[in-house]
Structures are given as structure tokens and as C-alpha cells.
Design a protein around this ligand. Sequence first.
Ligand code: PLP
Length: 395
Amino acid sequence: MHRLYLDHAATTPLAPEVLEAMMPFLSGHFGNPSSLHAEGRAARVAVETARERIAAHLGAGPSEILFTSGGTEADNLALRGVRPEGLLVTSEAEHEAVLRTARALKKSGRPVRFLTPDRAGSVSSELLEAALEEAGPEAARGALVALMHANNEIGTLTDIPAIAEVARRHGALLHCDAVQTAGLFRLDVGALGVDTLAVSGHKLYGPKGVGLLYVRGGVDLAPGVTGGAQERGRRGGTENVAGAVGLAEAFDLAAADDTRAERLAALRDRLHGGLTAALDEAGAGPFVVTTPLGEEAEAEAAPHLLHLAFPPKDGRPLDGEMLLLGLDLAGVAASAGSACTSGALTPSHVLLALGLDRATASAALRFSLGRGTTEADIDEAIARVAPVVARMRGA
Ligand code: PLP
């Protein structure tokens, strides 16, 4: 049976062009960028050229790009490293990379404020404004606001430029986790107004184990990993040369594909329309579409995600894990939401933050589309998913 991979928010396949660009640095060019000899200098040129290419895509300077092992490390470096270590303001719907880091910082005595998003999963600039005002001018000045660009479970977009305007007016800094939107939108750090921004390679057809933190020039960032002088002394350790080259190639590929977001949104809408009709027809409800879609939606959504949650029917909850396994058997790779929480039976913290009950928050389905997804895949997914849900509902 033809497998339908609809879990691109968890990870994407490595693009062949990316692999090709990386190959010389996986076999052959093996030098250490810190070495003075020709082998080392070739590696240094590769890393710095990659940095320049990526910086150009983000509207940043090369010295503002810090390579990391991925999104989680980039989020950690920002939350733990940005100075001053003042109030941290974030949302209950953030990815664990931010949420758990914020909780750990709170435990160690840092003042942290967790904002509750609205029903669409969004933190508005008004909500942030109210929180910073409540904190008072002294705490707001030098605070760090950490809000994601697109929610990785339900796809809600945060209005980052509006958030940045509020943060700036109060003298706070802004960190943005853009792991889900890099490669879909052209991210210009100046237009977004962010001070730091996290990206992960494997979400945009690049390799796993590489990512970056943009750090605006002038932002004081304490070293996250002490050791050698790599990454301007802020992250010691021999550079992931092939990873940096692969990440640059992935950015180039995304920039060359300027209809990617539009195409994905059209496929997402096809899935939304087709699947909701098929679920209704199969008597597989009730279900709620948690991704903010349609004219009534209170927020905008990322183009690649469709998220549904299934409330109990006649008091009987749907088993979210069984649902995913049933879909897997039907050849559909989907997710409950965050890859880090799927597999565990804990209800999604994002859905709980939206106000969903625990049973519904434990029975969720996220489809995330990618550049290889076709209309035929979508139609086939609709045909396979509805009967699985209906069977589990006993319809
Ligand atoms: N932030 C968001 C929004 C994500 O979706 C993910 C991955 O699921 C991460 C951070 C973590 O990125 P990485 O897997 O590169 O550590």
C-alpha cells in the first residue's frame, strides 16, 4: 500500500539537493574549521559561506547567525542566555522547548509569566500589552517575551510584528520560535521585529541535528556552551560543517519555491473540506477543527497544518493513540500534535490551554503537508481516514 506521509510538522525528508550539497563535507572535506591548514580553511570557508547565505535569506548579518543543533537548543540558548535575566513572558501553548525551559527557569527563581492564549491558540498584542502593564515598567524593561510564529500542533500564527511593537515600546526583548514557518514564509528578522529567532533544519528539508539562533547585533547573549571560541564564543564545539552547508541549501531551495505556502494552503483547504464532509457522512463525529480556518476564524493559520480533535461520543472518549495506530495501519502517517508528546497518553498541553477538556485533548489528529504532497494524496487520505475514525466510533 502506498504510504501517505502527512507529518511534515514533525520532520521533513531531506531534499536530494541538500544531500548533494552536504556530501563533499561528509566524505572528502573533513577538515576542522578551526585548523589553520588548507583542509581546515576549506571547512571554515564552507561554514562561513553557509552563514552568509542563510543571513541573506533572513535579512540578517552573518555575525547574527549562530549555528545550533536544532530548534530546541536555539530556544534554550535564547531563554537562558539573553541578558538581562529579567521577567520572562511566554504562552502556555508554546512548544516544550520553550515551555519546559521556562518552567525550569521559574523553578530556579526567575520571574516567569505564562499567558493563556485565546480560543484560537493565539496571544494577541493586546494580551501582551496588558501583561507588561501589569508587570510594571521596571519589570517590563528588560523582560524577554518568547512567542512562537506558528503553533506546531494547531497551526495558529502569532502576529509577530504587532507583538514586537508592544515589546519594543515597553523596553522588552522578543524571542520567536519560527521552527514551523521557516521554509514556508520568507522570514525577515527586521520586518518581524524580533531580537532572537529559532530555526530547525529538519523542518525545511534540511538535515536533522542542525539549526540556528538569530541574535540581533547588540543583544547580550551569555554563552550557552562553554568551550572553544566557535560561534563567537557563545557555543563552543567543532562546527557541524555538513549540517551548516545543508541548512544553507535548504534555505536556498525554499526561497526558490516562492509558491510553496500558497500550494500547501490549497491542499490544506482541500483536506479540510473533504475530510470534514467524509467524517460527517461516515457518522464519525463529533469533531472540532482546532486550526483557525475560514472567514470566522479569529486568527490566521500556517498553510501546512490541519488539526482536529474528537470530543467523546455518548460519553465514550476516542482513544487518540489507537486512532494514530489505526491510521498507520491504513498507510497514513499522521500525528496527535507535537511529536514529543505523541506516543504518550498525556493530553496535549496546547489543547488544554485552549480550554478543551482532557478527553478531547487526548484524541487529536494533526495532518501536516509538505512539498511532495499531491492532490491525489489528499483525496486518498480522506478516503482512508474517515472509515478508520468511523470504525473506532462504532458508527
Ligand atoms: N519548536 C517548534 C515549534 C517545533 O515544532 C519543534 C519541533 O518539533 C522544535 C521547536 C524543536 O526543534 P528540534 O527538533 O530541531 O529540536
